[in-house]
Design a protein around this ligand. Structure first.
Ligand code: PHE
Length: 466
């Protein structure tokens, strides 16, 4: 769907004037669901628990929550706002909005870096999301019934050790992503997210309910919420910050691209608050579901990326109706990952589409390229697990290619993009323009993005560069 929208001056009437304008979300509710669909994904259910476990719990969670509130939320408002003003792909939007503000053409670089980050994330995200599929099969076939922690670990280890299996699931998942993306995001997504997101939420509540019966709930609560600041390192703060961007789908063009489809009359600030709150609730619920099980079975909180795949089958195996709940859980996790991966591809697809490539070709081409890069991730889980090419830098020592992609995107590219966006909206864009978009919230938002966000980002960077 090529578009020729112009900045700011476009009223909702000019948007509906021709059929070639991009389709807008049909209501605020649908946008919220699409944005929540993008935000809620592996980041909440897979990544948040395992990085919390690796970084010692409480203090890390507190920093993460602070990053969401003080940096993530204002940035989400900024991205959706810029996206709606530009009305194009993130790259196109940055070009259009920078020009309208009389700023340098180079601002387009922010859109390019965001699109690149989304592409890199998609490449490894698809590999991880693929893991849910063999888990669905195991759940249906009853393999989890009465499984112990050791066997569950072995099951997971077996999956990681098999490049061909990983390749199969990675390929299927990328295919699914391309399928919806090629059909036009709005069309494919609206129906799915409005039903599946609420279902996932309810299922997580059930899991938390089960976890409360393990006798280790209190331990998990104090692990998650009792801060021990002596365990907090500068790198953990950077990880919490990077994860705040990752989990809210920021600094990757996803929210900017979706913002372009947001009708003018919808309040950006209120919407962003709802999305951020829901995303945070899902992550905390996932933590509350998983850590009691971890402690009840004497598993290591610092287990790493396998954490939920090793712990949850043990819980499901003992729960009444566990086979059913396990199947439902991994199906919903697959869907949650799917609605996120679609939004990752959107930055690139919408850009190529603007350049005259059809949506179908753009989705296939972009998906294929990310699939190829993804193969290096899946090999780094087995055949190349000893290939740690950046060992000569202390910070990257022992990191496989997968670890490096994750680090590069979440800890370097996203904070950098976020910093530049904050500088753009806080210093380069006319305040009247952002005020027109944000209304009464502008008063609160403006000083935050102008001072607090960039300064906080600089401090975290400075501490990490020491
Ligand atoms: N927010 C998604 C998650 O938490 C990941 C994501 C990152 C989606 C960047 C889009 C863009 O799983």
């Amino acid at each position: 769907m090529p578009d020729s929208q112009q900045v700011a001056s476009n009223s909702s009437s000019s948007r509906s004037a021709t059929a070639t304008k991009p389709a807008l979300w049909s209501s605020r509710f649908v946008f919220i669901m699409a944005a929540v669909g993008s935000a809620v994904g592996l980041g909440n259910i897979w990544k948040f628990p395992y990085i919390t476990g690796e970084n010692g719990g409480g203090a890390f969670v507190l920093v993460y929550l602070a990053c969401i509130a003080v940096i993530g939320l204002p940035l989400m408002m900024s991205e959706v706002m810029v996206g709606r003003r530009g009305g194009k792909s993130p790259i196109g939007t940055m070009a259009v909005v920078a020009k309208a503000e009389g700023r340098s053409k180079r601002w387009v670089g922010v859109g390019i870096m965001a699109t690149l980050a989304a592409f890199l994330i998609l490449s490894f995200y698809s590999v991880i999301a693929g893991w849910t599929m063999p888990y669905i099969i195991s759940a249906i076939s009853g393999s989890f019934s009465d499984i112990n922690a050791e066997d569950s670990g072995a099951l997971f280890g077996g999956l990681l050790a098999s490049p061909w299996q990983l390749l199969l699931w990675h390929s299927i998942f990328m295919g699914l992503t391309v399928l919806v993306s090629a059909g036009g995001v709005r069309h494919g997504l609206e129906r799915a997210v409005t039903k599946l997101m609420p279902a996932l939420f309810i299922l997580l509540l059930i899991l938390v309910g089960y976890a409360a019966t393990t006798g280790h709930f209190g331990e998990a609560v104090s692990f998650l919420f009792k801060p021990d600041f002596s365990a907090l390192t500068a790198e953990a703060i950077l990880t919490a910050l990077g994860h705040a961007f990752f989990t809210l789908s920021l600094a990757s063009g996803a929210m900017m691209a979706y913002g372009a489809y947001l009708p003018k009359n919808v309040s950006i600030a209120r919407t962003a608050v709802v999305v951020a709150v829901m995303d945070t609730c899902v992550a905390l619920l996932a933590g509350l579901a998983i850590f009691p099980i971890v402690f009840a079975h004497g598993l290591a909180a610092s287990e790493g990326p396998g954490l939920i795949f090793v712990t949850l089958p043990v819980a499901f195996g003992q729960m009444p109706g566990g086979g059913f709940f396990a199947t439902l859980f991994f199906v919903l996790l697959l869907f949650a990952a799917w609605t996120s991966s679609i939004s990752m591809l959107e930055s690139l697809v919408s850009y190529l589409n603007e350049k005259g490539v059809s949506r179908v070709k753009a989705a296939i081409g972009g998906g294929f390229a990310a699939w190829l890069v993804g193969i290096t991730t899946l090999l780094s889980l087995n055949v190349w697990s000893d290939f740690t090419p950046m060992d000569s830098f202390a910070r990257f020592e022992g990191k496989t290619l997968f670890d490096l992609y994750d680090y590069l995107t979440a800890n370097i590219m996203m904070p950098l993009v976020a910093f530049l966006i904050a500088v753009f909206v806080g210093w380069k864009m006319k305040p009247e323009h952002s005020k027109a978009e944000l209304g009464a919230w502008h008063k609160l938002w403006f000083p935050v993005v102008r001072y607090l966000t960039p300064i906080a980002l600089l401090i975290v960077f400075a501490f990490n560069l020491r």
